[in-house]
Design a protein around this ligand. Structure first.
Ligand SMILES: [Zn+2]
Ligand SMILES: [Zn+2]
Length: 342
């Protein structure tokens, strides 16, 4: 596969002596014409002939165009029988530009979004700042999710569409990280379950930190977020007539708070998340890598509560006869979340 080969070659940007150093590589693409050539190649979406590329870039001087194209050939572009095409590094440059992380810093004023605050019940709002979407309660300041979203994702989308994309992105990033793959560099991602410090930015008591050994990317999430792609959880919702894929994660209290997360043991970590829906509860047990090691369904005997936190807490307490009281985590979280300012 060419992808595998390119991945190996990409590695050599840092490693091999004959190829460009990172500084030289950036110098090569630090030129308006060459970036336009890469962009033209991106838009061509297939190997492009010299004349086609030159026309797309809109450069009359063939010698000049050839000079710049030549600089890209090797590390960023390869010449084939069919024309010029991307190498992985060239594609990566254009992706960064398209993602908008290099040259854009847009902000969006707060706007109301679906869902109610897990602490005070007020309506939630979203705002976009520092390349992150923040879902929060304007009344009490309780955060309901803060995750990165490259500014390019705001283009050609309404606020609602951007938020929908954010929802999908956040859940996929979390699930990819949980599976040990860095969403930025594909490096090995390690999962660390920890007790959060007081006043945790996400209002959590137990938080999950993912750390990439290769690029040092660090992201954090609740325990619940890692369950969004779990087959048992998805079918539990489907059995109750809900497509979990369509539900914004910040409206799911078991994704936002630790009120439904119990710590069964710390060494090794055993966490239990209780998800209540329409008179039934799904109890998922996770290990320190957030792998689901067991699930169980129980009737809660209260139909139609639709995920009411009170309902789920009742189930948690009932389950507490099996191990350490799962309410321990929830009490601290409720306090911490309540005192947190905007
Ligand atoms: Zn609130
Ligand atoms: Zn990484």
């Amino acid at each position: 596969m060419s992808d595998a080969r390119e991945a190996g070659e990409e590695e050599s940007i840092l490693a091999c002596e004959e190829c460009l150093s990172p500084a030289e590589a950036f110098a090569v693409v630090g030129n308006e014409t060459r970036l336009r050539i890469l962009e033209a190649l991106w838009r061509a979406d297939r190997p492009a002939a010299f004349s086609d590329l030159r026309r797309r870039v809109g450069m009359r001087d063939s010698a000049q165009f050839n000079y710049h194209l030549d600089k890209l050939v090797g590390q960023f572009v390869r010449k084939t029988e069919d024309g010029y095409e991307f190498r992985q590094a060239g594609r990566a440059v254009i992706r960064s530009v398209l993602a908008g992380t290099l040259n854009q810093s847009p902000e969006l004023d707060p706007f109301p979004v679906e869902g109610a605050c897990v602490d005070c019940g007020s309506g939630l709002q979203a705002r976009y700042e520092d390349e992150h979407f923040h879902i929060e309660c304007p009344a009490c300041g309780r955060p309901h999710g803060v995750y990165p979203f490259p500014p390019g994702g705001l283009e050609d989308r309404t606020r609602e569409e951007a938020l929908d994309a954010f929802n999908q992105r956040a859940r996929h990033l979390s699930c990819l990280s949980k599976d040990g793959v860095c969403p930025e560099c594909n490096g090995r991602m390690e999962t660390h379950v920890r007790y959060a410090a007081e006043g945790d930015a996400m209002g959590l008591d137990v938080r999950v930190d993912y750390e990439c050994a290769r690029c040092n990317l660090t992201t954090s999430s609740s325990t619940g977020l890692a369950l969004l792609d779990d087959a048992e959880v998805v079918s539990f919702y489907r059995d109750h007539g809900v497509d979990l894929n369509d539900v914004p994660f910040w409206t799911l209290d078991w994704c936002v708070t630790d009120e439904h997360t119990g710590v069964e043991s710390e060494d090794p970590w055993r966490l239990r998340v209780t998800i209540a829906l329409d008179g039934e509860a799904l109890i998922a047990t996770l290990d320190g890598d957030l792998a689901v090691v067991g699930t169980e369904r129980r009737s809660t005997g209260e139909a139609g509560t639709d995920g009411d936190p009170q309902d789920a807490r009742g189930v948690g307490e009932a389950g507490g006869t099996e191990g350490p009281d799962p309410a321990t985590a929830s009490e601290t979280v409720t306090d911490g979340g309540g005192t947190e300012g905007p």
